[in-house]
Design a protein around this ligand. Sequence first.
Ligand code: ZN
Length: 166
Amino acid sequence: MSAEKDLYAVLGASPSDSVQQLRHRYQQLALQYHPDRLGGSSEADSGVKKFLEADAAWRVLSDQNTRREYDLLRRAQELKQDWPVDSTVCLEDMTWDEDECGYAYGCRCGGGFSVSEEEVEEETQRRQQEEEEEQEAEGGVMVCCDTCSLSVCVTWSLHRKTQMLK
Ligand SMILES: [Zn+2]
């Protein structure tokens, strides 16, 4: 078993999906690409390939033990790669979430980034201190998507934030 192929992506599922959700995805794909169904049509070859991929993915993910093993491999693989800073998100562009007491921003994978008010306050204080010491007051908070491995840097203008707090 290797983590090179993203088995969740093969099923069009996400790592946080329950086994029931994964089964549902697999069944949909199996129905869509089953060799018997496509017969001798021109789609048959790529269909068979997709069916076999989905079948192999489901075999690993349907079993609690092999799924856990795969998740660990996948996690290790992700940590090995340097997480690319895909983009910088301005705090002002994020949505304030009253219930979570934090800011939220949607990821392109359908998941989301979130940063708590506490983290923002801590980082603001840290930067204000640096500024008082006449250091470069650059910074921000790195946050990872709750679903994929993408991370972004959340930044905000120190002065605007200070004004906002008044
Ligand atoms: Zn994501």
